[in-house]
Design a binder for this molecule. Structure first.
Ligand code: PAF
Length: 304
């Protein structure tokens, strides 16, 4: 059966309940002794990284819903929101090819019927550092819509399991979504899917399309520097972050914002752990930089 597009929460509930009931009646389930429903939240402009999210969700679950919604609440400047690519037909084709059952692509009025919400999820101190420092309010906006999308995607049919899939590429968002789900008791399992990279190492992002050839070449220094840190962590060597920072700063087209190694749960820097002594324990190397007109982020988990 082909993919189905719905645009209202009522249609989503009706269609997903129908699909789940059919799975329950068929009686053989993807992974558990009960049917499971998954949500893959996206803003569209889908690429191979999203395809990997969808594919993983389809492998693990019986009914898979992907959402496509460009959330005005998480954009700082109106120009950024306007510039965000809208590619619905191509997105539907990609999701259909991955075996997604249902796409929920609501309008802004459907999601925010009374205008922008007065009550929002607050990301707290975790949302103010790193990406949050240069994009004030971004994570409050992202968490608010993720909370709404998780509610829209809740399975309506009896004892079904529920999972939602997020990319490791947006590491801070992933940490915050996990915290929200734990702190506010959302009945959903959050599954992280590893970052997908081009063959030369560049992490896939819908923003890469705005890089010139020279900028794209320069941007490779981000993943190179992360690989350097990862290699030292794997070899139980001191991370020598300073030399990796130097490598990034030697690239004239790249304006480094931050590059650090942090605790993956608290996002606090693990400075004393990564200077001159062998690195032990779990960490997350985070980097962000402006390359030409584009802000890029990337990360690698260490010893995870
Ligand atoms: O990562 C994204 O694409 C967005 O932040 C999300 C999770 C779909 C919320 O708008």
């Amino acid at each position: 059966m082909g993919i189905k597009l719905v645009t209202t929460a009522a249609e989503l509930r009706e269609e997903s309940s129908r699909l789940l009931a059919a799975e329950a009646a068929a009686g053989s389930f993807a992974r558990e002794d009960r049917p499971t429903q998954a949500l893959v939240p996206t803003m569209g402009a889908l690429h191979a990284g999203h395809a990997q999210l969808a594919r993983t969700a389809v492998e693990h679950n019986d009914v898979v819903v992907a959402s496509i919604f460009v959330n005005p609440l998480q954009f700082g400047e109106a120009a950024d929101l306007d510039r965000y690519p809208r590619t619905l037909d191509a997105d539907l084709a990609l999701l259909e090819a991955e075996g997604v059952d249902l796409v929920f692509a609501p309008s802004v009025d459907e999601v925010y019927p009374d205008g922008m919400p007065l009550v929002r999820v607050t990301s707290g101190p975790l949302g103010e550092k790193w990406e949050g420092a240069s994009r004030p309010g971004h994570f409050d906006g992202a968490l608010t819509v993720v909370a709404k999308l998780l509610h829209y995607g809740l399975p309506g049919q009896g004892e079904a399991g529920y999972r939602a899939y997020f990319g490791q590429k947006d590491a801070q968002q992933l940490t915050l979504v996990r915290r929200m789900v734990a702190d506010l008791n959302f009945p959903v399992e959050i599954v992280a899917v590893p970052t997908v990279r081009d063959s030369d190492g560049l992490a896939l992002s819908s923003r890469n399309r705005f890089l010139s050839d020279a900028e794209r070449e320069a941007a490779l220094v981000l993943s190179r520097a992360l690989r350097l840190i990862e290699g030292r962590a794997n070899a139980r060597q001191p991370l020598d972050l300073d030399s990796a920072v130097g490598l990034v700063e030697s690239q004239p087209l790249v304006e480094l914002d931050y590059f650090d190694v942090v605790d993956p749960r608290t996002l606090e820097p693990l400075a004393e752990n990564c200077k001159d002594t062998p690195f032990r324990g779990e960490g997350l190397a985070l980097i962000a930089a402006k390359v030409g007109p584009v802000r890029l982020i990337d990360n690698v988990p260490l010893n995870s």
